[in-house]
Design a protein around this ligand. Structure first.
Ligand SMILES: Nc1nc2c(c(=O)[nH]1)N[C@H]1C(S)=C(S)[C@@H](COP(=O)(O)O)O[C@H]1N2
Ligand SMILES: [Mo]
Length: 495
């Protein structure tokens, strides 16, 4: 058969396999879809330096880049398998079988899938082999498949099965469930954000980050879709009484509101992975006291619906003054699906990877010696308090401005609070910047300093001092293993 025909047979065979897997996955668990399962497993096995590079280079688009990359690799394999199979269907058959086995391995490795999940890659392998061999036979007999009924049926059925799987898999009505939750009323309201808590007009972010702008970091290729009605949280391990709490139980308690700035450990100096929201939920220490934490437990090991895990020091989450929450809502609405609906943890002062489990379903009281959480296996530190940090938001690096320019930015030092931010230009003396109204120690604080500069190039640097008197150090340290340090510095030109 012609090269073109051979390549087409390969492509339609692989497409049929993926579509069949996607459709069966919709029935046994959407993340069993071979494409997603392989992608998710790939994420888990990616060496840390590559993962850190992907986050740096592509930011929140890292997963889109991965999906597109995987699609291109598959397309390449499909074309290659087709071309190798111009005489006999064996090479293509072997490729389909290998892809099926890879899919099965990926599904078995996923912690969030039951044994039934393997049905999806098995169906993918079987359908892929069947369709490939069928089209191959037709192509050998007719010298071509394009335009033949078998080819049109296979291609059309793949599209229908793929779309059907997508529709069925996303039919879990999460948005309906979120809407049904309605307004979460606080028994203890967060203090109102004071007037003048940001310098947004000078280029800082708004004090509260709207939900759609809140930074997002997680390992989930497809966001877990849980309904509040089906959700439950198990508390167990070194406790006097195991608890299983459902959504109605939690929301029926006296809900507490707290405004908290969250930060990601992989944020570079000057980076964007920091945002602030008013969260509402149940104080974590209350639930843990109810379960009765036994002596010897030093780690709260939390697990999400997709199997991701975090380990948080028990003394931190038991401290009522720290204010850790099982959060149900943020900024006046139930948690958005990407931010952990129906429930997540939020612990002021700790980086997200050791505290902020989204889609949380399991809390185990244990020890750091006994269990290691997701990112620890990948080179990040066991304990990770947030580092005192400042960032310059305006002017932008490499921009051109007039001589009268206000330098402005944000600083954070949860849970200690920001006491001072200093700015210097061209290595000159440090000058104290004006701080925005103090909204509490668990949130960021904005700063600004008007300058009058001569034309030419200038370098501006900032450093924060927290309320314990600790000043952000100059030494540049990379985010791995427990958060970046160093002064943010940028260059701009006065015209
Ligand atoms: N289930 C789950 N929860 C998770 C993560 C994850 O990958 N999976 N990432 C953590 C990290 S590294 C951070 S910084 C915060 C980010 O929360 P956000 O996406 O709501 O900003 O979530 C944490 N919770
Ligand atoms: Mo993070």
């Amino acid at each position: 058969m012609s090269r073109w025909t051979a390549a087409l047979v390969g492509i339609v065979g692989v497409a049929a396999a993926l579509a069949a897997g996607h459709l069966v996955a919709a029935l046994v668990g959407p993340s069993a879809s071979p494409f997603l399962a392989v992608g998710n497993t790939f994420i888990d096995f990616t060496p840390s330096p590559l993962k850190d590079f992907a986050v740096r280079a592509f930011g929140t688009y890292d997963k889109l880049v991965l999906l597109i990359g995987m699609a291109l690799v598959l397309l390449g394999l499909a074309v290659a398998a087709g071309l190798l199979s111009r005489r006999t269907p064996t090479p293509g058959t072997v490729l389909a079988a290998v892809l099926g086995v890879v899919g099965v391995a990926a599904v078995l490795y996923r912690p969030d899938l039951g044994q039934l999940g393997v049905l999806a890659p098995l169906a993918a392998g079987a359908v892929g082999i069947g369709v490939f061999r069928w089209l191959h036979r037709e192509a050998l007999a007719e010298r071509r498949v394009e335009g033949r009924r078998s080819f049109l049926i296979a291609a059309g059925a793949s599209v229908v099965a793929g779309l059907g799987g997508q529709f069925l898999g996303s039919r879990t009505d999460v948005e309906g469930s979120r809407a049904a939750v309605g307004k979460l009323e606080a028994a203890v309201k967060a203090p109102a954000v004071p007037a003048g808590a940001d310098f947004a007009r000078d280029g800082t972010p708004s004090f509260i980050t709207p939900n759609r702008d809140f930074y997002r970091i997680d390992t989930a290729l497809s966001v877990p879709r849980l309904r509040a009605e089906d959700w439950a949280l198990r508390v167990h391990g070194l406790v006097d009484r195991e608890l299983t709490l459902d959504y109605a139980d939690l929301r029926g308690r006296d809900l507490v509101e707290r405004t908290i700035t969250m930060t990601c450990v992989s944020n570079e100096v000057g980076g964007p992975y920091v945002s602030t929201a008013t969260f509402i939920g149940v104080p974590l220490h209350q639930v843990l006291r109810e379960a009765g934490v036994r002596a010897g437990a030093d780690q709260l090991f939390s697990t999400s619906a997709d199997g991701w895990t975090a380990g948080t020091p028990v003394d931190v989450v038991l401290d009522p003054d720290r204010g850790a929450l099982i959060a149900l809502g943020m900024n006046g609405e139930p948690l958005p699906v990407e931010h952990g609906f129906p429930a997540r943890l939020v612990v002021p002062g700790l980086y997200g990877y050791v505290s902020a489990t989204k889609w949380v379903v399991d809390l185990e009281l244990t020890t750091f010696a006994a269990k290691r959480a997701y990112w620890l296996e990948r080179g990040w530190a066991e304990r990770a308090p947030i580092r005192t940090m400042s960032r310059i938001d305006s002017p932008k690096g490499l921009s051109r401005t007039g001589g009268r320019v206000t330098v402005a930015g944000v600083a954070w030092a949860q849970p200690t609070g920001v006491a001072k931010v200093e700015v210097r230009v061209d290595g000159g003396p440090w000058r104290v910047a004006e701080l925005s109204a103090d909204a509490g120690d668990d949130t960021w604080r904005m700063w600004r300093l008007p300058l009058d500069l001569k034309p030419g190039g200038h370098t501006v640097e900032s450093r924060a001092t927290d309320k314990s008197g600790f000043t952000q150090p100059q030494a540049r340290v990379a985010p791995v293993p427990d958060g970046a340090t160093g002064w943010h510095s940028l260059f701009f030109t006065v015209e």
